[in-house]
Design a protein around this ligand. Structure first.
Ligand code: SF4
Length: 455
């Protein structure tokens, strides 16, 4: 008799709900102390929650147009957190080497070159960075956030991977989403990035922006191919309830022209086909790279189970078998650090079921799971636990199973999050971030209004 933890659920190919954290953080509960450490390499994430302007679709924790003083205060606290965490780590297990650093946000390049040097000085003082395999920094070319001097400073500080937020090359679409960037500025910034010869450069793009058409998208893909970056990641625009786009829609100020899920699928399929023909290979369902050496080491290592410590406002960690999240409001974040505590606000210890299910979800995000490695980690073949769901997905053509690997079928790369969600534990199935239904924007907003009114 086969055993399964999973309900039999139909596979819906809608490209909804991009997965970047599993199990969902909604499940975490408040935490008092800190739980940490096991030996091995460590991945570090540093959150810089400031941006020159706020993009209408953005659901990250960030503040617009910060003063230099506000950034300075934040950096003082971030350095205090680095110090506290390093001390806790050293007293528990002794220092362990950093494998990767990821500086994200927000827009890290709102920092001046001096602020970058100061921050990285603190990291290097407290952590062994000698064996660093990747140091990634996000950039966004609002003048003057990423100029030549700052890019040179990043290179000097050891940055090896730049992640460049482009989203679209179409100036009208950028303006509609409150991104005051021109094509000329993008080209100029990309040229400066190339001049610095970073080992890896990723370009972020977005499908389904409000007002995007087949013409704007095919033109975006052609521009991307002309740049030909080593790596590109293409996200689907989703209108979450904590975005300025949604606030505007609810207030009746604007109803952005959102394409349907079906149109967006046509767009992403076109991009994947064009990029594959242009020499790219799929690294994940969302990322395409020019060769295996351009994989995103930080995320790959995290998804393979390496400990990740996130530092900064609202940062997420997955550490010593527990998921943590830092305080997400500045006063609480500062107060906990003033009290000499790590600013952790909630955590979720991973159960054995969580870990096994997570290995399926994260493994398939990278498109293949090695069956022998799965047996090494969990003591049983994945088909023992997931027999029925794997069989159903293999029968439908979404997965391929052989002696060595369980793989996502190439035609389903663009639906990888839908496929991964089939391996969610039942208790997490409905924990999805509230967002506007593209195919029926009016009903979606009305539902939200009613929910707010009755709350
Ligand atoms: S630049 Fe990035 S973090 Fe900042 S508002 Fe835009 S999407 Fe959000």
């Amino acid at each position: 008799m086969s055993v399964s933890l999973y309900e039999d659920r139909p596979l819906e190919l809608r490209r909804r709900h991009f997965i970047n954290s599993y199990p969902p953080f909604n499940h975490a509960r408040p935490v008092e102390g800190e739980e940490m450490y096991r030996p091995g390499e460590l991945l570090l994430y540093l959150h810089i929650p400031f941006c020159p302007t706020i993009c209408t679709y953005c659901f990250y924790k960030k503040f617009g147009n910060p003063t230099r003083a506000a950034v300075d205060i934040y950096l003082q606290y971030l350095k205090r957190e680095i110090e506290l965490f390093a001390a806790a780590e050293a007293s528990a297990r002794g220092p362990r080497p950093l494998k990767t650093i990821y500086m994200g946000g927000g827009t890290p390049t709102v920092l001046t070159a001096e602020q970058f040097v100061d921050l990285m000085g603190a990291v290097r003082t407290h952590f062994d960075c000698d064996g660093l395999e990747e140091f990634c920094c996000e950039i966004m070319p609002h003048a003057p956030t990423a100029d030549a001097d700052k890019l040179a400073a990043l290179k000097e500080l050891g940055v090896t991977r730049i992640s460049f937020g482009v989203e679209s090359f179409d100036e009208d679409l950028l303006r509609r989403h409150n991104r005051p960037c021109s094509r000329e500025l993008y080209d100029h910034t990309y040229e400066m990035v190339r001049d610095q010869q970073f080992a890896n450069v990723n370009v972020d793009m977005m499908t389904g922006l409000a007002g995007a058409t087949w013409d704007t998208w095919t033109s975006d893909v052609q521009s991307l191919l002309e740049w030909s970056p080593p790596s590109t990641t293409i996200y689907k625009t989703e209108v979450y309830y904590n975005t300025t786009m949604f606030t505007g829609m609810r207030a009746g100020k604007n109803t952005p022209a959102l394409m349907t899920d079906e149109e967006e699928i046509r767009h992403i399929r076109y991009a994947h086909d064009a990029l594959m023909r242009g020499g790219y290979i799929a690294d994940t369902g969302a990322s395409l790279i020019r060769g295996p050496q351009y994989t995103h080491m930080h995320f790959r290592s995290h998804f393979e189970g390496c400990d990740l410590k996130g530092l900064g406002l609202s940062a997420h960690s997955s550490f010593r078998g527990t998921m943590h999240q830092n305080a997400s409001e500045l006063p609480a974040y500062y107060a906990m650090l003033d009290a000499g505590r790590l600013p952790i606000k909630r955590s979720h210890p991973l159960s054995a079921r969580d870990r096994i299910s997570q290995a399926m979800v994260y493994g398939l995000k990278y498109l293949a799971i090695n069956r022998a490695r799965f047996i090494e980690r969990f003591g049983m073949d994945m088909t023992v636990l997931y027999g029925p769901v794997i069989k159903r997905l293999v029968d439908s053509g979404a997965l391929l199973l052989d002696e060595e690997y369980l793989r996502v079928a190439p035609d389903y790369y663009i639906f990888v999050d839908d496929v991964c969600r089939q391996f969610y534990l039942p208790e997490y199935q409905d924990m999805l971030l509230p967002r506007v239904e593209r195919n029926d924007v009016t009903v979606s907003i009305e539902r939200r209004r009613q929910a707010t009114a009755s709350a």
